[in-house]
Structure formats: structure tokens, C-alpha cells
Design a protein around this ligand. Structure first.
Ligand code: SAH
Length: 451
């Protein structure tokens, strides 16, 4: 098989990133945008030792699971991977993916993976978007989304996964930039001012926040931009974030208030949360409620328990648990998030929670060594890279009755569950929650009991 060869290929399955996989004489080819059941004409792009990559040139016979995707940019934009697959099949695919990873990476033979909790209406679910700014060939400012695996901007101001308000906000920013001669940042040269627009909406309150990430210390005429934006209903916060580094990381550390508050408020269930631009907040509030309710349910609290919530962000899960626990301790590494968390405990009148600033893998072992802290239940919700070994080892030494592991990456979840299993915990069940419809992503909650 050589590069640029054309073949007819039947797609048999989906890979972990949502790519179609078919075999040519037993040799697997990964093909973006191809779905199980499709028969396609494929062009070979790259051949490796045991697998290769191909491009779908023609769809010869579409899979019965293929639907007409509502977004015309679903192939060019890197945001969605499986929008052309019926939603029902997306959920089946995600459940299988989780199960396979628990078997392959986690070493579990028969893991109980419950059906995925899906969405009734799987569009317009994201409360946050980070739009990159760049320039078109004529040098005019554009915004949209990155094409898959590149930093090429596909112009688009209305993503169907995001809030409807994004479009109007972006148009106001683009027209302001044109009128005032404000440039977009260019990665290649490191020149230009506007890097990203971060927009967040509180779904339950309708509040809107705009934070412009800039390669500088201010935007000339920003008051005029504020005047325009604050005419939009719900607009409560405009801030600037300074990021002068040549990096892929979107946000810098410094926040400059421009108008209104420096946070928005949202509600999940009975708990209200203040969220600042630098804090993590789950992107799908409809599914987050189901996620937190499942976590609370798995924690089986009676009102007496000491609970640790590691990687707690703005205290979302901590406060959910605090409604039913004796005492909750949260640990989080971002200072602003811990500030939000403390404020959130206060505005909800929950006094049985305490937050520590620092890395979970340092705070927990440190407190365990020095103060001999204990826990009845430990909840963790780490970023994609999973938990640090030192954190897992301390959890095992603390020997809580139950561990509830919330994860947005099933591969690192499987890896960490294996360690906890070897440390004396039985994996009772895993419940996937679809927080990210049309993408290959899936959130999971695993329940472990002390053997
Ligand atoms: N449980 C929260 C946040 C989950 S996201 C929620 O549901 O909203 C993961 C969080 O872990 C982020 O807030 C991130 O800032 C934090 N984090 C990342 N690395 C960490 C570490 N080593 N120790 C503690 N917190 C960390």
C-alpha cells in the first residue's frame, strides 16, 4: 500500500477519537468523518507499521446510521467528529468505547458500564465558547473555530453547539475591531492584539460574560465596545485577560475588569454558583445536573460523613455533596477557583465546607502525614490527564468506604481505576453521561467500594 493509492473500503468501527476504521487486507486504516457501515473511496494519506490514515474521497454507499448533519461545517471544523452519526448510535458508540478501555487499559474482565445518559435535545448545550481571532487573506479580522489538529480558522460565528447569543456578540466585536482599526493576533509573528473571545452564559440566569484575551495591556476605545455589548440583554461582565506569551494556552493570569462584574452566576439544582473567567465550570449545564445527581447518589451520604472532593474547581460538586454530608473538604489548584468556591459556599449558606488551595497530590498527602486526616467518601474529578500517583496512593491509605471517580477521559480513568483496584477497591459500576454530543468525548462516573 502506498501514499495516494485509492481503494474501496468498508468502515467497520469507530476509533477513540471518532474516526472510522476499516481494513484493507487486514490492515487498519483510520478515516476521519467515515462511519461504521459506510462504503467509501479512500485515499491513503500515511502508512505506518501496523496501521494507516486515509481520506474519504467519495461516499459510495452511506451507512444506515448516517443522518444529514445540521451544521454545514461539520467536516471542516475540528469541534465535532460524529455529527453525521444518529444520536442514538453516538450513545452506543460511547458506551462501547468506555467498556473497551476499561477492559484493555484497566484490565477489568466484565466491567459494568450502564447505558449512557444522553440529552433530549443535543444542540445548543455549551455554556462556554472560546473563539480564536485571526486574519483572512485580505488582512481582515475573522473568528470561528480551528480545523481539526491545526490552527487554521474556519470562519463561523454561529456554532450549533453553543449559545445563540454568541453570534451577535462576535459580530459586535468584529465590527468594533474594523471601525477602530484593532488587529487580531497572529501566531506566526506574535503581533496583533485580540487573541480569543471567551463567552460564557449562565443558562439558568441568562447572564452573559465576555472576556477578551489580548496580547497587550488594554484595548484602545474599549469603552465603546462595552457600550455596544451592554445593550445585549443579560450582559453583566466584560473583562480583558492578558496573554502575551507565544503559547497554545488560551488564558493568561492577569484579569482586567472593564465593565460590570467579574463573574456570572448560574444555578444547578438548588445550588447557585459564581463563576469567574479563569475558573473551570462544566460546559454542559443540563447534563451537569444529571452528573452531579449521580455522583451524590453514588456517594450514599447520610449526613454524618467526612467527604473529600479533589480537583473541586469552584466547589460545584463539594456544595452539592455538602447538602447531604457531615463535612466536605475541597482541593483545587487555581487560586481564582478557590476564591469562587469559598464565595459559593457563603452565598448558599453552607458552612460545613472548607477549601484548600494547592495540588491534590501535594495537599492530600501533606495533610494525611501531618494531621492524619480521614475520609468516609472521596470524590475526584481530575482534568484529562487523570490523578497523580501520589494522590491515588494517599487515597488508598486513607481507606474511605467509597470512592466516586468523575472523569472526562475514559483512558486515564481506566488507568487510575486499575491502581485503585490493586489498592483494594472493587469497581461497582460506571455511568457515562454525554456532556459533549457530536464529539468523541464522554464523561463518566465510577463507583468503587472498599473490598
Ligand atoms: N469538580 C469541578 C472541576 C472539575 S475540572 C467541577 O465539576 O466543576 C478539574 C479541576 O481540577 C479544574 O478546576 C482544575 O483547575 C483542577 N486541577 C487541575 N490540576 C489539579 C491538581 N493537580 N490539583 C488540584 N486541582 C487541579
Amino acid at each position: 500500500m502506498n501514499k495516494n493509492d485509492l481503494y474501496t473500503l468498508t468502515i467497520e468501527s469507530l476509533g477513540n477519537e471518532g474516526e472510522g476504521i476499516g481494513k484493507l487486507d487486514g490492515f487498519p486504516l483510520f478515516v476521519k468523518d467515515a462511519l461504521p457501515g459506510d462504503v467509501i473511496e479512500v485515499k491513503v494519506l500515511k502508512v505506518k507499521k501496523t496501521y494507516g490514515y486515509g481520506r474519504m474521497m467519495k461516499l459510495l454507499k452511506p451507512s444506515p446510521e448516517r443522518i444529514e448533519p445540521p451544521c454545514p461545517l461539520h467536516r471542516s471544523c475540528g469541534g465535532c467528529q460524529i455529527q453525521a452519526l444518529s444520536y442514538e448510535k453516538q450513545l452506543e458508540y460511547k458506551r462501547e468505547k468506555v467498556k473497551n478501555q476499561l477492559i484493555r487499559i484497566g484490565g477489568f474482565s466484565e466491567p459494568e458500564v450502564l447505558p449512557v445518559i444522553g440529552m433530549e435535545r443535543p444542540f445548543r448545550y455549551r455554556n462556554k465558547a472560546q473563539f480564536p481571532f485571526g486574519r483572512d487573506r485580505e488582512g481582515r479580522a475573522v473568528t470561528g473555530f480551528y480545523a481539526g489538529r491545526t490552527h487554521h480558522i474556519v470562519p463561523n460565528t454561529d456554532c450549533l453547539l453553543g449559545a445563540e447569543e454568541n453570534e451577535e456578540i462576535l459580530k459586535i466585536i468584529l465590527s468594533f475591531m474594523e471601525k477602530e482599526g484593532i488587529s487580531s493576533y497572529e501566531e506566526a509573528s506574535g503581533k496583533g492584539l485580540i487573541r480569543h473571545a471567551l463567552i460564557r452564559k449562565g443558562f439558568s440566569t441568562g447572564e452573559l460574560m465576555v472576556c477578551l484575551v489580548i496580547n497587550g495591556d488594554g484595548i484602545p476605545g474599549v469603552e465603546r465596545l462595552a457600550d455596544r455589548l451592554f445593550q445585549l440583554p443579560g450582559m453583566v461582565s466584560l473583562t480583558l485577560n492578558v496573554n502575551k506569551k507565544n503559547t497554545n494556552v488560551i488564558l493568561g493570569d492577569k484579569l482586567i475588569p472593564v465593565r460590570g462584574q467579574t463573574y456570572i452566576t448560574d444555578r444547578i439544582g438548588d445550588v447557585s454558583y459564581q463563576i469567574s473567567p479563569l475558573s473551570f465550570y462544566q460546559v454542559n449545564p443540563i447534563q451537569t445536573k444529571k452528573l452531579y445527581e449521580t455522583a451524590l447518589n453514588y456517594a450514599e451520604l447520610t449526613g454524618e460523613e467526612v467527604v473529600w472532593d479533589l480537583y473541586c474547581g469552584i466547589g460545584t460538586i463539594s456544595l452539592f455533596l455538602a447538602q447531604k454530608a457531615g463535612r466536605v473538604y475541597g482541593v483545587e489548584v487555581v487560586p481564582q477557583a478557590v476564591e469562587d468556591a469559598r464565595k459559593n459556599a457563603e452565598i448558599n449558606g453552607l458552612s460545613n465546607v472548607e477549601f484548600y488551595l494547592g495540588k491534590a497530590e501535594e495537599v492530600l498527602p501533606g495533610k494525611y502525614r501531618e494531621n492524619g486526616i480521614r475520609a468516609d467518601v472521596i470524590v475526584v474529578d481530575p482534568p484529562r490527564k487523570g490523578c497523580d500517583r501520589a494522590c491515588l496512593d494517599t487515597m488508598i491509605s486513607m481507606a474511605p468506604k467509597r470512592i466516586v471517580y468523575v472523569s472526562c477521559d475514559s483512558a486515564t480513568l481506566a488507568r487510575d481505576l486499575k491502581i485503585l483496584y490493586e489498592g483494594g477497591y472493587e469497581l461497582k459500576k460506571v455511568r457515562p453521561v454525554d456532556m459533549f454530543p457530536h464529539t468523541a468525548g464522554i464523561e463518566n462516573i465510577a463507583l468503587l467500594d472498599k473490598k
